[in-house]
Design a protein around this ligand. Structure first.
Ligand SMILES: *[C@@H]1O[C@H](CO)[C@@H](O)[C@H](O)[C@H]1NC(C)=O
Ligand SMILES: *[C@@H]1O[C@H](CO)[C@@H](O)[C@H](O)[C@H]1NC(C)=O
Ligand SMILES: *[C@@H]1O[C@H](CO)[C@@H](O)[C@H](O)[C@H]1NC(C)=O
Length: 343
């Protein structure tokens, strides 16, 4: 795990100034890499309270990272947990819950809305449709319909509001994608960087609406080029059904066609259950050979793509790839799998 260094203590911080109530919740600090989405930073802030007060009076601030030793206070406009490339000792992270007066709230965490921040969007498309989110790429909170849990996801609120299921980006430190069933089920990685959202969350999101479109986006080469394609009617069944994937139909009518490596002829993943090395339905050790979790075929071929493969594995099949159109190239800069609601 790349971000297991955190210490979680559930502590609230509340303060009042005039008629304004500010509420913060302590979250975790993980040692991974420096969070570059910084809003403002100041030294010589002598207490945690002073740091959160500064956040409270700064437009758009929603999270703080405070270093008790160096007295450095950093403000962020989004996010739940804090990342640092330094030691986590002496650092504390708090995220804003709400900033309200007696009548209504002037600031909610991204994804929350309503006079009292009492509602949460169901997914990134829902946020965009309700116009309660900023139109940019940002982490956001969502609560899928029928789900009790609020989770953090990465959204591209532009172009209809895309919810990211998988993010790989070579600008962020690589994390291991050769993981267990339980990890693929619950998700892993950091939402602002490389991560797999988790099959349980993916299933819950896709249940919200009858029709989702999956986009596969791959950036590759130097100078950078990219390709993308769409799969209509994307659905992932629940764990009882081993997260079987279904109703995937490919449409490649984009200016930068990617080729169909998921549903091509005999090599279609349609109807396949998910496999990991510790729960393998491929009968061919595909998760072990590819070093990843996926809807592998029951065939020695395994798959025509390995989006969860290593950046540079020991051989081609364990290295990230997308066979149709991109062929044997593995010089990828980024891979995104994301979904948007269709009417
Ligand atoms: C999964 O879905 C099936 C069919 O829709 C349903 O019968 C079953 O109870 C569900 N299982 C869980 C754990 O929700
Ligand atoms: C698909 O599988 C069938 C049955 O095994 C086989 O006859 C056919 O040649 C295969 N098609 C391709 C394109 O491999
Ligand atoms: C993935 O992990 C499993 C279990 O540790 C291991 O057997 C397999 O060789 C790994 N695959 C790769 C490509 O690293």
């Amino acid at each position: 795990m790349c971000w297991s260094v955190g210490i979680f203590i559930s502590t609230y911080l509340m303060f009042v100034s005039g008629t304004r109530h500010s509420k913060f919740l302590q979250t975790s600090v993980f040692k991974h890499f420096k969070d570059f989405h910084i809003l403002s930073e100041r030294r010589e802030i002598y207490s945690l309270l002073e740091c959160t007060r500064w956040c409270s009076s700064t437009v758009d601030c929603r999270r703080i990272l405070f270093d008790k030793e160096t007295k450095l206070c950093s403000l962020y406009d989004r996010g739940e947990h804090c990342l640092t490339d330094e030691e986590v000792t002496d650092k504390v992270c708090f995220r804003m819950l709400s900033i309200c007066d007696e009548v209504n709230c002037e600031r909610c965490p991204i994804g929350y809305y309503g006079d009292r921040c009492e509602h949460v969007i169901e997914d990134c498309s829902d946020g965009r449709r309700k116009s309660v989110v900023p139109i940019k790429v940002t982490t956001s909170f969502i609560r899928p319909f029928n789900s009790l849990q609020v989770i953090e996801v990465l959204c591209d609120f532009d172009y209809g509001g895309w919810t990211m299921l998988l993010v790989r980006d070579t600008r962020c430190p690589e994390i291991d994608f050769n993981r267990t069933w339980s990890e693929y089920s619950h998700g892993f990685g950091y939402k602002g960087a490389n991560h797999w959202l988790g099959l349980e969350h993916i299933h819950n999101i896709l249940q919200d609406h009858p029709n989702y479109k999956l986009q596969v986006f791959i950036a590759y080469g130097n100078p950078a080029s990219f390709a993308f394609g769409f799969y209509h009617g994307f659905y992932v069944h629940n764990i009882t059904d081993n997260y079987r994937v279904s109703s995937v139909s490919f449409l490649d009518q984009t200016a930068f066609p990617i080729g169909d490596s998921l549903t091509n002829g005999n090599y279609s993943i349609n109807g396949r259950p998910f496999s990991t090395y510790d729960r393998d339905y491929s009968n061919n050790d595909c998760p072990g050979r590819f070093g990843s979790g996926w809807w592998f075929l029951d065939d020695p071929v395994c798959s025509r793509a390995n989006v969860n493969g290593r950046r540079s594995g020991d051989n081609f099949e364990s290295t990230w790839h997308w066979l149709y159109n991109l062929g044997k190239r593995t010089d990828f800069n980024a891979i995104h799998l994301k979904v948007v609601r269709e009417d």
